[in-house]
Design a protein around this ligand. Structure first.
Ligand code: AMP
Length: 223
């Protein structure tokens, strides 16, 4: 791919494939805002909002939170932004259709949909070893990408926690939810030529290099 694509991206792929990690890197290097539905929902849960109270039981069981909650929340978040990386949205065809309609109305077409691929065994291993900073969303892996001091974030020195939905049982439900509801988006976006497949098994830096190569990102000026 030679032409540069607009930095309006959807990151697609199963939980644990590296979407959040790469979204954060794209935000740091290229100024495209990371918008993570999971992070937004976890903030609502932590703040005890009515939206959070409604979302919590779905999240803790590994099911999707209803579209009626998600679509309005994302519309509010996206509308003022020109460059963004959507991490964890859309998660089913109805959400993808709502996103298309929203971006058409805003005249901000997507530049690409990056599909991060990894096998189930790797995903389970990664998620059950994942530690994150609940304040910033930054993640570590106790085996492959540990913090300098166990349980402490290198960046802000705050405590790291394991997410309640990163247990073995809930991870299995999340993977099944992905296969049943989110994987159909591979065809949805494949059909309009936006889909770019990325090998999510590579080390973090190699995945970033591949993303930059696919998006011809060397020359991008931050938005
Ligand atoms: P994530 O941090 O992306 O793994 O999301 C954590 C949980 O939040 C998911 O298992 C869902 O319960 C919920 N969630 C996140 N994004 C969405 C979405 N786009 N639609 C519905 N539920 C979502």
């Amino acid at each position: 791919m030679s032409a540069q694509r607009a930095l309006r991206l959807v990151l697609l792929g199963p939980p644990g494939a590296g979407k959040g990690t790469q979204a954060r890197i794209l935000e740091e290097r290229f100024g495209a805002l990371q918008i993570s539905t999971g992070d937004l929902l976890r903030k609502h849960v932590a703040d005890g909002t009515s939206l959070g109270l409604e979302a919590k039981s779905y999240m803790n069981s590994g099911a999707l939170v209803p579209d009626s909650i998600i679509i309005g929340m994302m519309e509010d978040r996206i509308k003022g932004e020109n460059a963004f990386v959507l991490d964890g949205f859309p998660r089913n065809v109805a959400q993808a259709e709502a996103l298309d309609a929203m971006l058409l109305r805003l005249d901000k077409p997507l530049g690409a949909v990056l599909l991060f691929e990894a096998d189930g065994e790797t995903l389970i291993r990664r998620l059950t070893a994942r530690w994150s900073n609940p304040r910033t969303g930054r993640t570590y892996n106790s085996e492959t990408n540990p913090p300098k001091v166990a349980g402490i974030d290198d960046e802000d020195g705050g405590p790291l926690v394991q997410r309640p939905d990163d247990t073995f049982e809930v991870v299995q439900n999340r993977l099944a939810t992905y296969d049943a509801q989110t994987a159909p988006l591979i065809d949805y976006y494949g059909n309009d030529g936006l889909l770019v497949r990325i090998d999510g098994l590579m080390p973090i830096e190699a995945v970033t290099a591949e993303v930059m190569r696919e998006l011809a990102l060397e020359n991008v000026t931050p938005a």
